[in-house]
Design a protein. Structure first.
Length: 112
């Protein structure tokens, strides 16, 4: 009778250990899922911040291109005081091209 009781106790302990192992696995899975969700939330917040900055840039809020001065009278242009670069037109066109590309990029982000 002692041997049967010992076997029954061993079986009961094995069941307990198995149950504890399953619970431990479930807890680790929950922890991993929680950490993954937290990481995704952080990434989504950062992406939202970046997207908002891109929108601001594309709307011209942070435009580095100075607005074109309006002509005062027919044929007369407004002269800007101070030194001017001979490459100002080239630089301005390049900056406008870059801003158009950035705007197109932001638009593609919105469409997705």
């Amino acid at each position: 009778m002692g041997k049967i009781a010992t076997n029954a106790m061993a079986a009961g302990e094995a069941k307990t250990v198995t149950t504890m192992m399953k619970k431990n696995r479930q807890d680790r899975k929950k922890t991993k899922d929680f950490l993954t969700n937290e990481k995704n939330i952080t990434i989504n917040k950062d992406n939202q911040i970046l997207l908002n900055k891109l929108v601001e840039i594309s709307s011209g809020k942070w435009s580095s291109v100075a607005p074109v001065p309006k002509k005062a009278a027919r044929g007369k242009s407004v002269r800007v005081n101070g030194p001017t670069s001979l490459n100002m037109g080239v630089r301005k066109r390049e900056t406008e091209r870059i801003e158009r590309e950035n705007h197109a990029f932001a638009k593609r982000l919105f469409d997705k």
